[in-house]
Unconditional design. Structure first.
Length: 148
């Protein structure tokens, strides 16, 4: 295992997906493909309709700024009835080095990447709104038969 990034010739680098714990519905991961308005709608649904007291946004690398902007947009959308509690850190990522020569062994290298986790915590005003909102009726999928 190589500890530092090195000048690699005659090989391809395959970046592994970052390791993350099992997700729960209140964890939202932000990527470059994430549409801002979809995340805002999803978090609003979780906090207002499904009555979650805390939702966590996760972003890494180039998505730090986008994660912060989404958190602030959610705060504006919910009329500042949530507190933002950011935590920053560094994550170790692993890359596979695949040589062009098939007789050589594959190798790995590690690299560091910045990460942010923003907890959106409901204030008392949002709790009042949650109590007033009627629960969402659950509708079965069209493919399932309703058992009576």
């Amino acid at each position: 295992m190589k500890e530092k990034r090195s000048n690699i010739k005659d090989a391809a680098i395959h970046k592994r997906a970052p390791q993350r714990p099992a997700t729960i519905p209140s964890d939202v991961y932000i990527s470059h493909k994430t549409k801002t308005n979809v995340i805002i709608k999803r978090v609003r649904q979780l906090m207002v309709n499904e009555k979650y007291k805390k939702v966590t946004l996760h972003g890494m690398g180039a998505q730090l700024l986008k994660t912060i902007q989404i958190a602030q947009a959610i705060q504006r959308t919910l009329h500042h009835q949530i507190d933002l509690k950011p935590t920053t850190g560094t994550v170790t990522l692993v890359d596979d080095i695949i040589p062009d020569d098939t007789e050589k062994d594959t190798d790995t290298q590690t690299r560091m990447n910045s990460a942010i986790h923003i907890q959106l915590v409901a204030k008392e005003g949002l709790t009042e709104l949650q109590r007033r909102v009627a629960p969402i009726p659950r509708k079965p999928s069209r493919n399932r038969k309703v058992v009576k």
